[in-house]
Structures are given as C-alpha cells and as structure tokens.
Ligand binder design. Structure first.
Ligand SMILES: [Zn+2]
Length: 353
C-alpha cells in the first residue's frame, strides 16, 4: 500500500511536468492525473485545479470499486438523448470554450456541471468502427449524472473538492493490469491530429523504434463521446476487447476531438508515454506535407518489439521509472514504494485491427 503523502508528492511532481506551460500539453485547468494507492482507492486531481501549479491538497481519494460498479452498471437514464426537453436553454454550451475554462476552471465538465446530451462531433470512421454505435454510447443522461454526482460527493476531499467526470476514465485505466499511474492531457500536436480527419494515423502503425519501445504497438483510438459515464463505459469495453485480443494493455488511449490518456506503471512512465506520443504526433504532422507517414512493416515492428536489446531498453526505462521523475531533484519523492518491478513486456504481433 502506498503512503498517502508519498502518492500526493508523486502526483504533484507528475502534474507539474505534464502541465508545464512551455509544453502546452494542458493549459488552464485542463488535464488530470491519478495514482493507485494500493488499497482499492485512487488519488485523482480535483476539478478546477491547475496541473502547472498543483499542490498536495489538489488531489482527492476515490474508491475504485465504487466507480467501476457505476461504470459497469446499466445506464439509469430514461432520457431521450436528442430530445430538446433535456437541454436547459439558458445553460452554456457543454463543450467548454477557452472562456468557460478560464471562468470556471473546469478540466472537462465537472460532475455538477450540465452536460449537453445533444453535443456531438464528426467521428473518425475507423474509431467509430471500433466502438460500434457511437450514437448509443452518447445515450447517458440525468440519472447517470446524478449517480456520478452522489458518488463523488461521498469522496469529496478537503474543502469539499471533487474529481471531474474524467476521474471515471482514470478508474477504468487503473483497473487494468500493470497500470498504477495515469496522466490525461490535451497536447497541441496530438490534438491537431485528433481534431482532424486523419486521427487514425496515431494508431495505424509505428514510425520508429523508440515509438515501439515506449508506446508499444497497440495504442487505442476512441471516437468523440462527452466525458462522463457513456465515455467511461465505451473505453472500458474497448480496453477489455483490446486486452483480450492482444494480451497487452495499450500505453496510450487517444480520444478523438479531446486528448490522450497515458497508462503507466509509474508516474515517470506516464511522462515518457506522453512525451513520446507528442513526438509521434509531431512527426506525423511533419510528414504530411512531405507525402505522409511511412510506417514500419509489420515484420519490422514485430522484430523490434521483441528484440533482446529493445527489451533491455524497455526494462531499463521501467527501472528508471521506479524512482522519481527524471527532472526531480527531490529525494523525498524517491523511490516509490508502489513502483512496479521491471518486467519483460508482452510482445505484440504488430498486427493492426
Ligand atoms: Zn480532457
């Protein structure tokens, strides 16, 4: 079990790295981080807190089984998702603008914020095919919102602070084998692709060996769904399907028109995954005017994914990740008692769905 103070310290460090203003991975109150405490609870960033200036009081403890039970429950909503009566005409748009974020400090709609059931966006066809009917996935409503509100009110932290609805996705990720820390960001290069018709380039192949070492070969792309129970349910289902088909957990989950989740064994791995995902996105964007990306062949990918020296590099990175983040000089945060020992990665077959 992880000491609460150590966990908070590690989350502060990770949050400040992910929220560094020069990186533009999370501006204002965007993004959030979480860590498994090892006792069935997670610590997750409170809604409205800025990652760039996070402090130990910015994180609240939430019970994972309670969240997962809600995610796995049938939707309690009887609302018609497209019905005009479901929308309060005086409420602001559910997809927050920069002004909304500045005014309310929300990283995505908070659990007590109204959610526009009509909100929708063009969905990458490839991603849509993966999730089945995105329209079905949008069918959350007032009953679900109320259930999340009640759950998070129970787990509210000092001063009544609550997680945002994105905490549901953190719980879904932390429930996966080997995932002990999660970071959610909206990096500009990643979002440039996720907000384009070419979002699937992020998951269609591998461009260079370091991408395979850090990000693995099977990142997941999820179509746009409003943050909340419908999105958490869709991602939980897609991750379970991916785990069943490849035997490994994706390191990165890309959410169309939204951002990314990095799933790590340690906070340091979360930072590395995010860094590499940004580099991959920048590389793809850079390649487009030059004719588009050329992916490694499946044979090359499979060979690199299982090459002994690449496995060693991965193990070395994992071992480095067992300590503090590379930029941290603070010995108080290292080493982490929750750190997962370096284990050889599960080779994937390099095949694309
Ligand atoms: Zn987000």
């Amino acid at each position: 079990m992880m000491d609460d103070a150590v966990a908070r310290s590690e989350l502060v460090e990770l949050s400040r790295e992910l929220g560094r203003p020069d990186r533009r991975w999370a501006v204002l109150a965007e993004g959030n981080t979480s860590i498994a405490l090892g006792d069935g609870r997670m610590l997750v960033k409170a809604s409205g807190a800025s990652m760039a200036i996070a402090d130990p009081t910015d994180f609240v403890a939430v019970g994972l089984p309670d969240v997962l039970a809600l995610v796995d429950a049938e939707s309690t909503s009887t609302d018609t998702p497209t019905g005009p009566a479901a929308v309060d005409p005086v409420e602001p748009p559910a997809r927050p603008t920069a002004d909304d974020l500045a005014a309310h400090g929300h990283d995505g709609p908070a659990v007590d914020a109204p959610v526009d059931p009509k909100a929708n966006a063009p969905v990458d066809p490839a991603a849509n095919a993966l999730v089945g009917s995105a329209a079905d996935a949008h069918a959350g409503g007032a009953g679900d919102d109320e259930a999340v509100r009640e759950l998070f009110a129970r787990g509210s932290g000092p001063g009544g602070r609550r997680p945002s609805v994105e905490a549901l996705l953190h719980a879904v990720c932390l429930a996966l084998p080997g995932v002990e820390a999660v970071g959610h960001t909206h990096p500009v290069p990643v979002n440039a692709l996720l907000c384009s018709p070419r979002a699937s380039l992020l998951v269609e192949g591998s461009l260079f060996p370091d991408q395979i070492v850090v990000l693995g070969t099977d990142p997941l792309l999820v179509p746009y769904i409003d943050p909340g129970l419908p999105l958490a349910r869709a991602v939980r289902r897609m991750l379970a399907e991916r785990l069943a088909s490849t035997g490994s957990v994706p390191k990165a989950v890309y959410l169309a028109n939204h951002g990314m989740f990095a799933l790590g064994a340690t906070p340091a791995e979360v930072l590395r995954i995010t860094e590499m995902a940004v580099k991959v996105a920048e590389t793809i964007l850079g390649s487009l005017p030059a004719g588009g990306p050329v992916f490694l062949s499946p044979d090359d990918v499979a060979r690199i994914d299982t090459r002994p020296d690449e496995l060693l590099r991965r193990a070395a990175l994992a071992a480095a990740g067992a300590g503090a983040l590379p930029t941290s000089p603070d010995p108080a945060t290292s080493p982490s008692p929750s750190a997962t020992p370096a284990t050889p990665p599960t080779p994937s077959n390099g095949a694309r769905p």
